[in-house]
Design a protein around this ligand. Structure first.
Ligand SMILES: CC(C)(COP(=O)(O)OP(=O)(O)OC[C@H]1O[C@@H](n2cnc3c(N)ncnc32)[C@H](O)[C@@H]1OP(=O)(O)O)[C@@H](O)C(=O)NCCC(=O)NCCS
Length: 169
């Protein structure tokens, strides 16, 4: 039987290349749960994502956090990550200074269904924000799902003017 303990009993740790399969599972489940992944594409996405995380975590391009149960099993129940990418020199929001540092894109925010609405994603996002400040990121961006939007708004994220062109592939 699953122990639905409050998020305060969970542990949060940094993900390593050894966690690539767990992180890939979070990513595939996230797209599945938000209705963006058909069944036949689940396995190829899992494979490609596992390869990506195994490659990108050691270089520091991708930084991952995993929430696990606080017991001896240390079962992963949720995750979140940041991909660090070059930010072209640009003004800050008020136009009064040039933004320093790289940009972080928040990715793979996922909580296993039985652990939702217990504050786990918020706990993980706290780690993401703290690390991003310490790392000196110029800004954080993300694409919010329907369920994710209220979480990010609660944390201070605001909608932007981003557009998307899907006609290339
Ligand atoms: C979105 C998701 C990550 C939230 O994870 P979670 O661990 O349940 O989130 P938390 O419990 O930390 O929620 C913190 C706050 O965010 C808001 N929130 C979270 N999920 C919400 C939902 N489904 N509807 C409305 N508000 C929500 C609430 O304000 C919540 O605080 P409250 O429960 O005290 O009201 C989870 O539902 C999920 O994995 N969904 C499928 C994948 C997905 O959409 N990922 C986000 C991609 S951008």
């Amino acid at each position: 039987m699953i122990d639905h303990s409050p998020a305060s009993t969970l542990r949060v740790r940094r993900g390593t290349a050894a966690d690539a399969a767990v992180l890939a599972r979070h990513r595939a489940d996230m797209f599945r749960d938000i209705g963006r992944l058909d069944a036949a594409t689940y396995a190829p996405l899992l494979l490609a994502s596992t390869e990506y995380f195994a490659r990108a975590i050691p270089t520091g391009e991708y930084v991952a956090w995993i929430a696990t149960t606080g017991d001896a099993t240390e079962t992963p129940v949720a995750g979140a990550g940041v991909q660090v990418r070059t930010l072209l020199p640009r003004p800050n929001e008020t136009g009064t200074a040039v933004l320093p540092g790289p940009e972080g894109i928040v990715l793979n925010v996922y909580t296993d269904p039985t652990w939702r609405r217990l504050g786990v994603a918020e706990l993980l996002m706290g780690h993401v924000l703290e690390w991003s400040r310490a790392r000196g990121l110029g800004r954080l961006v993300l694409h919010a799902s329907h369920d994710g939007r209220p979480l990010y708004e609660k944390l201070g994220f605001v909608a932007t003017n981003e557009m998307r062109y899907t006609g290339i592939l």
